[in-house]
Design a protein around this ligand. Structure first.
Ligand SMILES: *Cc1c(COP(=O)(O)O)cnc(C)c1O
Length: 467
C-alpha cells in the first residue's frame, strides 16, 4: 500500500471523467483507430510493473487508453449489439459495489445488498406479470448465465434425479427446443450441461421470423417417437438478430402440452415490460416457468447485469443446493443466494439497476424506453423514405434492412458496413436472418440518441452504398 491509495487527485480525475465523458463521447470517433501492436508497445513501455507508480499518474493514462482505444458503445451513434449507454447513477453504483465489496452469496454477509436486490427484482417481476412472492429471482452476470440456469432448472424439474445422477437419470435423451433465431448461448448451455449439441432441436421460423408453433409441435411429436424427451422449450422476446418477439402464448401452450419447462429468453426485449405503452409487446411472458431479462441490455446499466426469474423456487433450490460447513447457515426467510444459483462469490450486481430506477423513477425509465422505441420507428420510416427496404417486423427499436442495389448484387452488406465503420461517425453491423441473405442491422441502444443522429447514419449509409 502506498500513498497513492489515499491520493485525492486521482479521485478528482475520476469524478471529472465520470462527469465529462457522457457528453464528450458524442464528439469522439465511434470506432477506434488503433492496432494491437500500438497498444502492446505502450503497455510494455509504461507498465513493466517494476516499480510502484502513483494512482494519479496511472488513472488518467488508463482513462486515456479507454477513450482512445475503445469502440464506444455509449456513443449516440453506436447502432449496435445490445450494449447500452449507461446512466451516471449506475456508474456510481458500480463504484460503490467495488468500494464496499459486499459478498452477496450469503444473506448474513450483506443484509443491505440482498434486500436491495430483492426489492429491485420484485419491481421487475411485477412488471413482467410475475408474482414476486411466489418467485425465486436473482441477478446473473448476463443472459448466458440466466439461460444456463434455466436449462439446469428444466432438467431438474423434468427429472428430479438429475442433480444426483445427471442426464442419465432420464433414460431418454433430453431435447431442448430453440428456433433458428434463438440466441447462440443455448449452444453453450447444452454443451456445458453435458447434453451436447445434438440435444438442441432447432425449429424453423414462420414468415415473420417467429418460432413456428406448428413446426415445434410436429418436431416434438417426431422426437418423442424416436426416444427423445422434451425438457425445455425456449421462446425469445426480442431476438438478437432482428428483435422479433415469438408468439409467447402459442409456444406456452405447446410446452405445457408436452410437459416441458417453458423459458422465455427476454434478455433484451423483456425491458419493454417496464413501459406501460410497450408492455403489450411481450404479452404472455408471465406464463413462462422461467425468464431471462438483462439489465445491461435495454435498461441502460453497465455490464454485467442479467436477471433470472422462476415461478418454481423449489426447483431452483433443488437444482443448485449444496451445504457448505464453512458458510454459516441461513435463517428462515433469508435465502442464501449461493444455494439457489450458479454463482458462489457474488458481486453486488443489482445495485446499478436499483440506483438507476431510484433516480429515474418508474416513469423516467419508461420514458427512456419509449424514446428509444420512437427512435426505432423514426429510423424505419426514414430508411423507407430514402429507398431502403426494412425486412423485420417488430415494435422494438431494431431495424434490419437492405437496398435494391444490394439485392441486385451491386454492393454487399459487408462493404457498406466497413465503409460506415471506417469513417467512425456511426457503427452498424450486418446479419444473416434467413438462408444466405445478409441484411444490415441498426439498433437503438442509447437513451440519448436523437433524430439528428439518425440523419447522420442515413447520410453515412447513402455514402457507403454509393461506394
Ligand atoms: C444478449 C443475449 C443473450 C446473452 O446474454 P449475455 O448478457 O450477453 O450473456 C441471450 N439471449 C438473447 C436474446 C440476447 O439478446
Amino acid at each position: 500500500m502506498t500513498t497513492a491509495d489515499r491520493s485525492p487527485d486521482a479521485l478528482d480525475v475520476l469524478a471529472r471523467e465520470i462527469r465529462a465523458f457522457p457528453e464528450a463521447v458524442a464528439s469522439l470517433r465511434v470506432t477506434p483507430d488503433v492496432t494491437a501492436a500500438e497498444i502492446r508497445a505502450h503497455l510494455a513501455e509504461a507498465y513493466p510493473f517494476d516499480a510502484a507508480r502513483p494512482l494519479d499518474a496511472v488513472l488518467p493514462d488508463v482513462a486515456r487508453m479507454l477513450r482512445d482505444w475503445s469502440l464506444h458503445v455509449t456513443h449516440p451513434r453506436y447502432f449496435g449489439l445490445f450494449n447500452p449507454a449507461v446512466h451516471p447513477a449506475a456508474v456510481c453504483a458500480d463504484a460503490l459495489a467495488a468500494l464496499y465489496n459486499p459478498q452477496l452469496a450469503a444473506w448474513a454477509h450483506s443484509p443491505a445488498g440482498n434486500e436491495i436486490e430483492r426489492h429491485t427484482l420484485a419491481f421487475v417481476a411485477r412488471a413482467l406479470g410475475l408474482d414476486p412472492a411466489a418467485c425465486a429471482m436473482h441477478f446473473t452476470t448476463g443472459g448466458n448465465e440466466a439461460n444456463q440456469t434455466a436449462l439446469v432448472a428444466a432438467l431438474s424439474h423434468v427429472m428430479p434425479a438429475y442433480a444426483e445422477r445427471g442426464a442419465a437419470a432420464l433414460g431418454e435423451r433430453p431435447a431442448v427446443y430453440v428456433s433458428t433465431q434463438s440466441h447462440h448461448s443455448f449452444h453453450k448451455c447444452v454443451r456445458v450441461s453435458g447434453l451436447g449439441e445434438d440435444a438442441l432441436r432447432v425449429v424453423p421460423h414462420d414468415d415473420r421470423l417467429r418460432m413456428d408453433a406448428a413446426a415445434l409441435r410436429a418436431r416434438i411429436d417426431a422426437d418423442r417417437a424416436a426416444g427423445w424427451r422434451p425438457v425445455l422449450v425456449v421462446a425469445t422476446a426480442g431476438t438478437t438478430g432482428a428483435g422479433i418477439i415469438d408468439d409467447l402464448d402459442a409456444l406456452a401452450d405447446v410446452a405445457a402440452a408436452c410437459g416441458a419447462w417453458y423459458h422465455v429468453d427476454a434478455a433484451w426485449g423483456g425491458a419493454a415490460a417496464l413501459s406501460p405503452r410497450l408492455r403489450g409487446a411481450v404479452r404472455g411472458v408471465e406464463r413462462a416457468d422461467s425468464v431471462t431479462c438483462d439489465a445491461h441490455k435495454w435498461l441502460s446499466v453497465p455490464m454485467g447485469a442479467g436477471m433470472f426469474f422462476t415461478r418454481h423456487p423449489e426447483v431452483l433450490r433443488h437444482a443448485f443446493d449444496v451445504e457448505a460447513s464453512y458458510v454459516p447457515p441461513d435463517a428462515p426467510g433469508r435465502e442464501d443466494l449461493y444455494r439457489g444459483s450458479l454463482q458462489w462469490s457474488r458481486r453486488f450486481i443489482g445495485l446499478k439497476l436499483f440506483m438507476t430506477l431510484a433516480t429515474l423513477g418508474a416513469d423516467g425509465m419508461a420514458a427512456a424506453l419509449e424514446h428509444q422505441a420512437d427512435m426505432g420507428d423514426l429510423l424505419r420510416a426514414r430508411l423507407r423514405e430514402r429507398g431502403w427496404i426494412v425486412v423485420n417486423d417488430t415494435p422494438l427499436p431494431l431495424a434490419c434492412f437492405t437496398h435494391p442495389r444490394i439485392r441486385a448484387g451491386e454492393r454487399t452488406t459487408a462493404a457498406v458496413v466497413s465503409a460506415v465503420q471506417a469513417r467512425g461517425h456511426a457503427w452498424i453491423s450486418d446479419v444473416a436472418l434467413t438462408g444466405d441473405e445478409r441484411v444490415l442491422r441498426a439498433c437503438i441502444t442509447n437513451y440519448k440518441t436523437v433524430p439528428a443522429d439518425l440523419e447522420i447514419l442515413l447520410d453515412e449509409l447513402d455514402r457507403a452504398l454509393a461506394g
